[in-house]
Structure formats: C-alpha cells, structure tokens
Design a protein around this ligand. Structure first.
Ligand code: C5P
Length: 314
C-alpha cells in the first residue's frame, strides 16, 4: 500500500492578544497566524498490525502516546474504526527541522500532517472544515496548521478567517537550543498578572475582535506593506516571558538593533523573529546577530513567509 510524504510548515504569530478567560479553561484570543517555509517532513506508512509507531531521531521529540502526531493517528483510528481495521496500523516518521517547544507550532503541524495524510491514505474524503473540526480536539493551533497561509484566529485560536497571502516577506528566527517555554505556564503567568484587564461580556469581546480587524496591522497586511506590518507586530505573552527569560529579552534587543521591519517573540516563545523585506536583508541580519551573540546554543534560521499549510508531496 502507498506511503504518504507530507510537508508540515511552522507558524509565527504576527499578533497575539489575550482578551479573557473561557468557560473551558482556555483563553479567548485574537491572533494573526502566519505559515513560514521552515518545515518538518512527515512520512506515513501503513503496516499490517493495528498499532501506531512514531520514529524520530530528535532527542526532544517523545515517541510515545504523548506525541501529538501519535494522538492525531489515534483519534483517526477511533473515529474511523472501519477504515482502520481495513487499512491496518501506521508508521509515522518525523524529520524534525522545526525547533521543539519554541512557539512555532512544531508539534501541532506534525499532528495536522498526520490528519491530512491518514485522510488520504484511508480514502476517507473529509473536507478541510471537517479535518479542522477533528484537529481542534487535539490542540488550538492544529486547525490553522492544516490550511496555513495568513489568518486571523479567534476563540481558542481554532476559529479561522484566512486573509491575504504575504509570501513576499522573509524572517530571521532565533532560538536558544536548550531553552523551552511551557505554554501552559506562560498563559497562567499572564492570567495571574493581567486578570483585571480580562473582558467577560460577549459584546466587549466582539468589540475587541473587530478592533483587531480594523487595526493598522491588518491594514498593513491587506496593503502588503511590510513597513507597516513590522511596525505593528504585537504579542501579549512577551509581557510575562521576556521578564522571566533574560536571554530571550536580550536576543530580541540584539535582533531589533540588527535591522529589519520589526522584531517579535512568536507564540509563547522562546523563538524571536525579525520580519524582513528580502532574503538579502534577512541573510545580513542573520550574520550580524551571529557575530554579536557567539553562544553555540543559539540557532538562527532564515525562512520565507508561506501561503501554504500541509502539502502532500506524492
Ligand atoms: O491547545 P493547546 O494544547 O495547544 O494549548 C496548550 C496550553 O496553552 C493549554 O493547555 C492552555 O494552558 C494554554 N492555552 C490557553 N488558551 C488558548 C490556547 C492555549 O490558555 N486559547
């Protein structure tokens, strides 16, 4: 039987605003999510036994049931037990290029690829909205990872409104290899500090979301105006992560001084990115930052913004 090879891109946040609490314990958010060309490769191969096995050589990627890609496959087995019985178990091989626990949705995009791949492999015929609905049961970022591109995300982050593609811009990304920020910790720390600013009534929440829709950042995206986008990048979680992780704050300052259109921490961090007008500018900033921070623990990448989510290679 056929194997499926898929490309699973990372995402960055151009915007992350925390609006309030939700009855399910998550936060009400409004975000602008953006796919980038830095991507994992996922290979899904069927086998006769019914089990799921995950293969990955990256030391920080778990191979057991805690792996989101494993959980995505398990969810498909549970929902489509007849297909599962007919087609057998699955070998999932992850070629990990996206840093782990980095605020780049690396685990989420692998899970998204598994959902898309199994839908093909088992010829289930789920539409993208149906896949997104399953994905939202596994994690807030996974629905976005399926379709990718540029989108305004609300709710927990799973309600998506795709907007214009921005694939003419580039980013330089920086992350300390040994540094990981726990997403639950970041949100919890934010709640502790800013609970008094949380909105609770539906009208105020709707109002706040519509403010983002008419914000200079969204205008900049619509106009494909890199200068404006760079100027209005925003992430509320920086308020708790940067004071706690001095290295990340220093990296952000160093990257900002090196130039580009704007610098921001992605998601709950600790990855920091600088938006750039061209690959040349991104390469220049990459060189500058590398020269200024000679720590071998710091890895830098150059990537292009991308208009695609999960893509099947074969
Ligand atoms: O949905 P996901 O599993 O990716 O979220 C990881 C954690 O981030 C959640 O357990 C929660 O602590 C926090 N989170 C949140 N509100 C959101 C999304 C995530 O509080 N909208």
């Amino acid at each position: 039987m056929k194997s499926y090879s898929l490309l699973a891109p990372a995402k960055i946040n151009l915007d992350l605003e925390i609006i309030g609490d939700r009855p399910d314990g998550y936060h009400q958010l409004v975000m602008i999510l953006q796919s980038i060309s830095l991507a994992d490769h996922i290979l899904i191969t069927p086998h006769k036994a019914q089990n799921i096995t995950v293969h990955c050589t990256h030391s920080q990627v778990p191979l057991d049931q805690s792996n989101l890609a494993y959980r995505a496959a398990k969810l498909m087995q549970e929902h489509f037990s007849e297909h599962s019985a007919e087609y057998g178990g699955l070998d999932i091989t992850i070629e990990k290029n996206i840093p782990v626990a980095a605020g780049l949705a690396g685990g989420s995009t692998d899970a998204a690829a598994v959902l898309v791949g199994i839908n093909q492999l088992w010829e289930i015929g789920l539409t993208q909205p149906e896949l997104c609905s399953l994905a939202s049961q596994l994690g807030s970022d996974i629905p976005f990872c399926i379709g990718g591109g540029t989108a305004i995300a609300t709710g927990r982050g799973e309600e998506l409104d795709p907007i214009l593609d921005l694939d003419h811009l580039f980013v330089v990304l920086g992350k300390y290899e040994s540094l990981a920020v726990s997403t639950p910790w970041a949100y919890q720390a934010y709640r502790q500090q800013f609970l008094d600013q949380y909105l609770s009534d539906q009208d105020s929440i709707k109002n706040r979301i519509s403010q983002t829709y008419s914000s200079p950042l969204v205008k900049g995206i619509m106009e494909k105006n890199g200068q404006k986008i760079g100027q209005f990048l925003h992430n509320d979680l920086e308020k708790v992560v940067l004071p706690e992780y001095g290295q990340v704050a220093h990296l952000k300052e160093t990257m900002k001084k090196a130039g580009g259109l704007g610098t921001l921490m992605s998601g709950s961090g600790p990855t920091v990115f600088t938006l750039c007008e061209s690959q040349q500018e991104a390469d220049h900033i990459h060189t500058q930052v590398k020269a200024q921070i000679s720590d071998p623990d710091l890895t830098l990448w150059v990537a292009q913004l991308s208009s695609t989510g999960i893509t099947i290679n074969n």
